[in-house]
Design a protein around this ligand. Structure first.
Ligand SMILES: C[S@@+](CC[C@H](N)C(=O)[O-])C[C@H]1O[C@@H](n2cnc3c(N)ncnc32)[C@H](O)[C@@H]1O
Length: 198
């Protein structure tokens, strides 16, 4: 196991507790705007212990399904244990190397995780492959890029240098990953990136 996996396994539960009611409300509001229809399939990258699962489950309904992906074994195990529903699955894998067939998901979503991915280019490419045509990837952090880098630097250790791509880097990443269009909001209290697959 690498240092980051060990790190996230060791803080899995604390991270959940640090999310405030306001954070959860903002998150719900963002997810509402994404407009997720009933019956769709969603992949949650860096799902942690499943903070997004409940929000997503209410939207996809009984006929849709959610698959969380996390590379920290204990975190992935906890996510699966917390949500023993027939339409929620958790896979222990690195986001850059997921064991899914092409054109599987309508939506790939990643909350508070993308900055930590060590292989962002490959992750974006993989996300494009596993998305169905017309699908999209949404990357959410509840702080902007500059503030997030400051926070990670302050925490130090294996996440010391974990940062988000700036607008130019993101555009290049999405281009290389074959997304046809992208949108980015990067302000003090929000980083929201969306990539659209044609
Ligand atoms: C800050 S936590 C956020 C977890 C969850 N999205 C939430 O909001 O509660 C970041 C998560 O990303 C996972 N992670 C980091 N790098 C990863 C990678 N390369 N592949 C898969 N998961 C990764 C960590 O194990 C951790 O659970």
């Amino acid at each position: 196991m690498d240092k980051k996996q060990e790190y996230f396994d060791s803080i899995g539960d604390n991270w959940d507790r640090d999310l405030t009611a306001e954070d959860l409300e903002r998150l719900a509001h963002i997810i509402d705007k994404v407009n997720i229809p009933q019956g769709v399939s969603v992949c949650d990258l860096g799902c942690g212990t499943g903070v997004l699962f409940d929000l997503l489950r209410r939207r996809v309904g009984e006929t849709g399904y959610i698959v969380g992906v996390d590379f920290a074994p204990q975190v992935a195990h906890r996510a699966q244990r917390n949500f023993p529903f027939h339409n929620i699955g958790v896979v222990e894998a690195d986001a850059c190397c997921m064991p899914f067939k092409d054109n599987t998901f309508d939506l790939v979503i990643s909350f508070a995780a993308f900055a930590h991915f060590s292989h962002k280019d490959e992750t974006i490419r993989q996300a494009n492959k596993i998305l169905k045509p017309g699908g999209k990837i949404i990357i959410i952090h509840l702080v902007g890029r500059t503030e997030l880098s400051r926070q990670h630097h302050q925490v130090g250790g294996p996440i010391d240098r974990d940062e988000l791509p700036d607008a130019h880097e993101l555009e290049e990443m999405f281009n290389r990953g074959h997304f046809s269009r992208y949108e980015l909001t990067d302000k003090k209290d929000l980083y929201l990136a969306t990539g659209f697959k044609e």
